[in-house]
Write a protein that binds this ligand. Structure first.
Ligand SMILES: Cc1cc2nc3c(=O)[nH]c(=O)nc-3n(C[C@H](O)[C@H](O)[C@H](O)COP(=O)(O)O)c2cc1C
Length: 215
């Protein structure tokens, strides 16, 4: 039986170090399991436990946690295609990327997958603090200003707002799941946009490392 090299490598890594193959070799598409839409902590408790934390464990997050995380950040929640995060005029002008050790991925809400944009680790470009390269995943909120009206001030205002809603959803999910996170604006945005290979209509708004709490 012929198996693609990547599959064999992923299988070996799974056996040898017990890690998910999807998170070890830069897979083109990481198809996420369906998000768990039940359970979690009560919302009022999440409000109380939401906080910024900057000490992370480097341990990879399992696929189910990634699934729930990206559902919170940008998931499609209704049959008409609307999302867990509101956007002005339902523009849906924000993309959420995942910088991980093996590559940069774009969350694809329709397919509920992480689609490989480029191989290689750009986490240290995700913020000016050293914390980003420790977290197994850094969410990057990118506003596509070509999808927001014509007025320059409106483009800036809405793009920033959309990142705020998404990052707060992620904060609350992290509070529910016992994960550590902090939203970050202290980012060399031009350098990160360059590392991501973004066109100049796509602007980094905020980044958000997510990890298990440091032991
Ligand atoms: C828009 C925005 C940008 C932020 N940028 C950073 C950052 O670059 N680095 C950082 O460590 N914290 C950053 N924070 C987190 C704040 O420092 C934090 O929310 C604040 O100290 C209050 O703490 P709390 O989130 O635990 O309530 C940012 C928060 C917001 C809302």
């Amino acid at each position: 039986m012929h198996l693609p090299k990547r599959t064999v490598l992923g299988f070996l890594l799974t056996v040898v170090i017990g890690a998910s193959p999807a998170l070890c070799a830069a897979e083109k598409n990481i198809k996420l399991p369906p998000p768990d839409k039940t359970g979690g902590k009560p919302l009022m408790q999440c409000f109380t436990e939401r906080k910024s934390e900057r000490k992370f464990d480097a341990k990879p997050l399992p696929a189910q946690l990634l699934s729930n995380l990206f559902y919170a950040a940008d998931g499609i929640s209704r049959p008409d295609g609307r999302k867990t995060v509101p956007t002005a005029r339902n523009l849906q002008s924000q993309d959420v990327y995942a910088a991980m050790a093996d590559g940069l991925y774009l969350y694809n809400p329709k397919n509920h997958s992480l689609d490989l944009v480029k191989s290689g680790d750009i986490r240290e470009k995700c913020g000016k603090q050293a914390i980003h390269k420790i977290a197994p995943v850094v969410l990057i909120y990118v506003g596509d200003v070509s999808r927001i009206g014509k007025n320059a001030a409106e483009k800036v205002f809405y793009a920033a707002n959309h990142a705020g809603y998404a990052s707060q959803n992620v904060y609350l999910y992290c509070a529910s799941a016992g994960l550590s996170t902090v939203v970050c604006g202290l980012v060399d945005k031009p350098a990160l946009e360059k590392a991501m290979g973004l066109p100049n209509t796509k602007r980094v708004q905020l980044t958000q490392p997510v990890a298990y709490p440091a032991k």
